[in-house]
Design a protein around this ligand. Structure first.
Ligand code: IPM
Ligand code: MG
Length: 365
């Protein structure tokens, strides 16, 4: 019998609520295939600070190290907002966990079902068939992880510096992920940079051009400046299929993609590492893109779909269970099409809670 060993880090506010039902769905989807779940829960984010004095406790890292993948909830919120910036849950847990496990490739599928085009702030006629794209964001380099300093200058002024640093090898490995994604989709990649201003972007563009030409000549590669990409995303998101971009641009562009796709409650993500697990597949961290939603926490009304879809991505990328992943994705879509909607995607019509949504999905597996 196959046993899937993973770490479960529910986090804060709605994190544990949606995690709990995602695990129910995962169990219901894997059981018929004779697959067993072996997961260990650990604290992260505010829950880490409150219980163990640290946003990313050593005990949590250990649980993750012993697992083949991490299913992550959401962290942060008003309770910890007054901590010094470097101790805030997001910065003190998410960035270090990405670095620790070399989670360099962040895949964010931008998916808006045709049935949900009303949820997008874009006019329905711009996206008649919904949206289907993916943003591949470099996640462990660039300005987030470059040298930082704050200093007082000779004239008494204060200066802060964040350096944006990229190696060619870091660009090539994220291109590999984008190429694999594009091969499974339409064969098109748009590389987003700011090569008219930044040296790192000049290297990025040159590397992308040469690497794709050499290793995947069948891929249609285009380049776009990030400011234009932000504008194009709001104008016509379906001109994109696979976007590949550096860390900070990807952070910004993927949030924009999230909102044009309607509710953040539907958006999953996978952060894949350089390390391989015992299945010889990437060790990865899987998390919803939407955040902790403190305003609705504890009410049982949060949309669990992003967490459930993230669990499906874990099955696909870290456990090689493509068929079951697809089954879950289809069940989520079917439930939404059949009119089962949480408040964020119900457009004023009657809505259901987190558990009912999960139950509707399980019924359709
Ligand atoms: C994200 C988040 C994080 C990031 C923050 C919370 C550090 O915005 O995952 O997109 O900027 O990477
Ligand atoms: Mg972000």
């Amino acid at each position: 019998m196959k046993t899937l060993k993973f770490a479960v880090l529910p986090g804060d506010y709605i994190g544990p609520e949606v995690m709990s039902v995602a695990l129910d769905v995962l169990k219901a989807a894997t059981e018929p295939a004779g697959i067993k779940l072996d997961y260990t829960e650990a604290h992260v984010g505010g829950a880490g600070i409150d219980n163990e004095g640290k946003a990313l406790p050593d005990s949590t890292i250990k649980v993750c190290e012993e697992a083949d993948a991490i299913l992550f909830g959401s962290i942060g919120g008003p309770k910890w907002e007054n901590l010094p910036p470097a101790e805030q849950p997001e910065r003190a847990a998410l960035l270090p966990i990405r670095k620790h496990f070399n989670l360099f490739a962040n895949l964010r599928p931008g998916l808006l079902y045709q049935e949900l085009t009303d949820a997008s702030p874009l006019k329905a006629e711009r996206i008649p068939e919904g949206i289907d794209m993916v943003c591949v964001r470099e996640l462990t380099g660039g300005i987030y992880f470059g040298p930082k300093r704050t200093e007082t200058l000779e004239d008494g002024d204060i200066q802060a510096t964040d350096e944006m640093v990229y190696k060619k090898s870091e660009i090539e490995r994220i291109l590999d992920v984008a190429i694999a994604s594009a091969k499974a989709r339409s064969g098109k990649i748009c590389s987003v940079d700011k090569a008219n201003v930044l040296t790192t972007s000049v290297l990025w563009r040159k590397t992308a051009t040469e690497y794709v030409a050499k290793h995947a000549p069948e891929i249609e590669l285009s380049h776009m400046y990030v400011d234009n990409a932000a504008m194009q995303m709001a104008r016509d998101p379906n001109q994109f299929d696979v976007i590949v971009t550096e860390n900070m641009f990807g952070d910004i562009i993927s949030d924009e993609m999230g909102i044009v796709c309607g509710s953040l409650g539907m958006l999953s993500s996978a952060s894949l590492g350089t390390g391989k697990n015992k299945y010889d597949l990437p060790f990865g961290l899987y998390e919803p893109s939407g955040g902790t939603a403190p305003d609705i926490a504890g009410k049982g009304i949060a949309n669990p779909c992003a967490q459930i879809l993230s669990a499906a991505l874990m099955l696909r990328y870290s456990f090689g269970e493509n068929e079951i992943a697809e089954k879950i994705e289809k069940a989520v879509k079917q439930a939404v099409m059949d009119g089962f909607r949480t408040g964020d995607i119900s457009f004023g019509k009657p809505s259901i809670g987190t558990k009912e949504m999960a139950a509707a999905i399980i019924e359709r597996l």
